[in-house]
Write a protein that binds this ligand. Sequence first.
Ligand SMILES: *Cc1c(COP(=O)(O)O)cnc(C)c1O
Length: 372
Amino acid sequence: MPATVTAEALDSIVKPQIERLVPYSPGKPIHEVTAELGLTDVIKLASNENPFGPAPAVLEAIRHALSEIGFYPDAGGVALREKLAAQHGVAVDQVVLGNGSDELLQLAGLAVLDEGDELIIADPTFARYEPQATLHRAVAVKVPLRRDTHDLAAMAGAVTRRTKAIFVANPANPASTYVPDGEVEAFLDAVPENVLVVLDEAYFEFVDHRDHGGSLALAARRPNVLILRTFSKIHALAALRIGYGLGSPEVIGWLHRVREPFNTSSLAQVAALAALDDVEHVARTVACNAAGRARYLAVCRELGAPAVESQANFVLINVGTREIELYERLLRAGIIVRPCSKLGFPGRLRVTVGTPAQVDRFLETFEEYWRT
Ligand SMILES: *Cc1c(COP(=O)(O)O)cnc(C)c1O
């Protein structure tokens, strides 16, 4: 046994596709900016988190459940799944919980993708989609956005004999746009039933157009459709890692088979249960988001900085060649946003809708820099 293992010896162990995976690069955390720039009052508008935090009743439920953390959580997540099932008008075996919806994307990939299969995704799209193909030696087939929006007709047209799955974020991230129900329906009609369609609806609640919100009814007649939702954004539970999938008993059954038995914690489960009850907090978040989003878009229009008509809790601003310069200047002013070169959108900044005060602070700083 040699004292040191050579890099070559280790390379022979790891699957070749693992070497091609790139660790996710998240938005810069507040403590890093505080430490690096010696700032005290730093705000983060980089990861589409809920700026209001969870409802007080949710924090109380978590506190109450703390004494139980010596026990394993309910592996079936039954109480939460029953509540979600009742709320969505589906059976309990049509609901699966995940360690964030991110885990559910991974489970979907694990269940259906194999070497040489094809996964159709938009370009650019959520950074967590392509790695699911890479992980299983499948091929990510990328269909460009059209006017910053999913081109569902082109995505359906890209289906081949090898296609196993299509991942669609609606609303999209980082694009911020949505596709209306009519287009989703035409798309689902055009996709063969032996292709899994994942509708990732992490920003579902933030859409205010009336021609949206009917995906569950569309999925009811199509067993190949999996809908993903999350408690991370609207319910402000990002740190607890909890999301859920809704679909046919068949597809949901696959995910239950491949998931870890205890993939969601007891604290996440009780917090999610309490969050579902706090309808007022949700309504307030939605209203504040709509107002902040409208202010972002109005000021950008005024300044001649083109921004995409967002239906999410963030906006995408076209700043051209000043992307990195603006990002750094905002950072020095204690405002963390997301430069989008790494997200496949060079020349854009992605800015989360904050509290009214945070929206003001971003707009003042942005305007000052934009005009100079
Ligand atoms: C934020 C986000 C998610 C949700 O992630 P969680 O793992 O539930 O925190 C999923 N999809 C998209 C497109 C997102 O932007």
